[in-house]
Ligand binder design. Structure first.
Ligand SMILES: [Zn+2]
Length: 131
């Protein structure tokens, strides 16, 4: 990832920063400039909670090159408690354990290693909350 792009993504990636529309309350993650529900341009920024529930999921068996060493792995959409949705890898889960409504929390993990220099990229992954 070029430095400029990773710098711009910083607040969202590291703090899970989302935007709540001041007019209709729709939560966007990553934040948008214009609400895709009502067209409003004013938002309140907030950091999403780190817990939520899986709303859809799938198993990736043939990923893009940088994730090829990880396959197969689970990816899903997580509805965060308090609002906001994100698409993320679901780690530390057996595939028959994956289900809609599964409680998860976001953890900061190594995502993949890039190129011969072995540049390591980090980001959030969802892991099941086990009682
Ligand atoms: Zn709106």
């Amino acid at each position: 990832m070029p430095p400029a792009r990773s710098w711009r993504a910083y607040p969202q990636v590291y703090r899970l920063e989302a935007a709540r529309c001041k007019k209709c309350g729709k939560v966007s993650f990553p934040p948008r400039l214009v609400c895709n529900k009502c067209g409003e341009r004013e938002f309140d920024r907030f950091n999403m909670k780190r817990t939520g529930k899986v709303v859809t999921h799938t198993i990736i068996r043939t990923p893009s090159d940088e994730f090829s060493g990880e396959a197969p792995f689970a990816v899903g959409v997580v509805e965060m408690d308090g609002g906001g949705r994100l698409t993320t890898q679901i780690a530390d889960v057996s595939f028959d354990e994956l289900k809609i409504g599964l409680p998860v929390q976001m953890e900061f993990r190594r995502l993949y290693t890039e190129g011969d220099a072995g540049v390591i990229h980090y980001g959030h992954k969802a892991v099941p909350i086990r009682q």
